[in-house]
Every structure is written in C-alpha cells, then in structure tokens.
Design a protein around this ligand. Sequence first.
Ligand SMILES: *[C@@H]1O[C@H](CO)[C@@H](O)[C@H](O)[C@H]1NC(C)=O
Ligand SMILES: *[C@@H]1O[C@H](CO)[C@@H](O)[C@H](O)[C@H]1NC(C)=O
Length: 338
Amino acid sequence: MGVAKQKGTLRRAWIQYCFWCLAFLLLLGTICMYRIFSTHLPKQKAVSYLDLESFYVPYPNKYRFILDQPHVCELRNPYVVIIVPVAPHDVQARNAIRSTWGNDSLVKDGDVLVLFLLGLPSGSDFIAQQLHIHQENERHRDLLQSNFIDSYRNLTIKTMVMLEWLRDHCLQAYYAAKVDADMLLNVVALTQMLLGPSGYHTNYITGLVWYENVVIRDPSSKFYIPYEVYPKPVYPPYPLGMCYIISMDLPEKILDVSKKIKPIFIEDAYIGLCLEQLRITPTNPPNIEQFVVKPPEEYDRCYYSDLIAVITNSPAQLVSYWTDLQKPGPACNEGTRI
Ligand SMILES: *[C@@H]1O[C@H](CO)[C@@H](O)[C@H](O)[C@H]1NC(C)=O
Ligand SMILES: *[C@@H]1O[C@H](CO)[C@@H](O)[C@H](O)[C@H]1NC(C)=O
C-alpha cells in the first residue's frame, strides 16, 4: 500500500511539473508573439515621423551659389537658356554636351545659352573633385554650383535652386529649358518649336506630359511615396524631368507657391504639385513624337533627324549620334520618310 501511495504522489508531482512547464512555455510564447507583433504591426501601419522626413528634401534653405555666372544672361541675351543638372563628377557628360549640341560656336547669334548645374561633390575625394570643378569652370565658364550635397534624393533642391537662379539672373530670356545630361538635344528644332506660329506664351510649360501618373506604394521601389506623404492615388499632370521648357514668368510663380507645398524628392512630380496649385496645366509640345524617352534599339538617321529631345545611354553614344546627324546630305533616303 505504502509503495503504491508513494507512486501516486510521484505521478502527481510529475503531472504538476509538466503543467508548470507547459504554462511557462505558453507564457513565453505569448510574450514572444506580443513582441513580434508589437514591433512589426505598427511599422506597416504608420511610417514613423523620422522615416517620413526622408521622402522630403531640405528646402527652402539658405543655399547659395559657390560657382556662379551672374552676368552671363545680360551679356549674351539668350532667347532660351538651357540648364543641365548634372552630377559633380560627371565631367564626361558635360564634355559630350560641350562638344555637341552645347557648343557655343554652333549655337548662332547667342540665341541659346547652355549652363550646367551642380551641387556639392561627396565621398572621400570631395576636395579633389571640387578642385577639378573649379579648374573646369576656369576653362569653360559655364558652371553653376550650389552648396547642397548633390545626390539623387536631393534632385528637387537642384530644380528649386535652378528656378531661383533663373528668377534672379535671367529674366531677359524668353524661355528656360531643363535638360538632363544624357539627352541628345536638337537646339535648332527646339528654338523653331518655341518660335512657332502660336507666338510667345506665358504660364507655359511643355515637355512630355505625364497624366494620371500613379503614385508608387511599393516600399521597395525607387519612387515609393507613403500615403502619409501624398495621399492621392495619382499625381497631377507634369512634364517628364528629362526635358521641359518653361516661360520665364514661371520660375517666380513656382517658387512662390512652393512655400505652401512641402517638397517631395521626386522633382518632376513636385513641379506637378506646384503647377496644380497655380492652376497651370502643362501643354504637350506641338509634335509630341519629337520628345522620346525610349528610342528604338537601332539608330536611324532619318528618325533622329526629326527629334528635339531623346535619351541616350552614354556620352559616347551622344557624341556618335550627334556627329552622324551633322554629316551633310539628306537625313532620309527618298521614300523612307513616312
Ligand atoms: C566647337 O566647335 C568648333 C567648330 O566645329 C570646334 O573647333 C571646337 O573645338 C568645339 N568646341 C568644343 C568644346 O568641342
Ligand atoms: C541633401 O542636401 C542637404 C544639404 O546639403 C544635406 O544635408 C543632405 O544630407 C542631402 N541629402 C542627401 C540624401 O544627400
């Protein structure tokens, strides 16, 4: 009997032990689940304040031009001033443009002025880079450099300081064009388009206009914009950043209205937000096929000869296409042109 009773007590103790073990594991599991969900769930629901800041750019701010050409518009009196935003290190792209469509001696009568716009170089060799930039400017006198750090995420600052520069130093021009450094531009065709039959416009902005461009909500995308930053499903219409042209009354108007709209890092979409507030609708160019984002794989002289702005994939390609287009003789064979 004694042995049996002892066995019973042992079994009860064993059961109790198991019970407490289970209870402990349950408790541990609950704590773990709680911690996992408490750290993951809110993150998906609301991006924290600090994270949200990363979708904006630090503007307005007291940026100033450390390299400037403050009198160039007075001296040259251009009809169109073309500003090319370019990375500080990208001297190849600048040289390609200088030797092709930006070449002073080819742009007749001082009608068109080409300037490059840079921010500050970054990286361990920024002092050497800055030295080269100064030397480059000594030689060409065509650089504008503002003192914000040049980066993809800061492109909106570049656009805004470009507008400041135009407002402050180039009101005598009729139009300004913002043209990316990888563009092959037909300066003559661009001027002809602007001088076209409809006369001079104010409140005018043209380029390849994107309508109803959907706001990207995929966090892994380069263009991700959280709902908290811009709640509408689509952006207002805006011309694609690769090349757009504005009448000279617009820099000041956009800058004024921008004070009311916190600047997001997607520079062309931000221009769209400002235009919407100004109730200015961007206009497509008279012939929209002259602005090309995705050119055909094969180069075709006849096709290219009719374009105003087309993306190239390298400075070498820009030079080679441009050189070919300058060759004498008809660009299109008989019967080739559609
Ligand atoms: C501009 O064109 C002229 C005449 O074709 C040429 O001599 C000069 O080297 C060019 N300038 C640049 C910066 O390539
Ligand atoms: C943008 O420029 C500002 C001002 O120079 C700088 O503080 C910031 O780090 C830059 N942001 C990026 C992402 O480069």
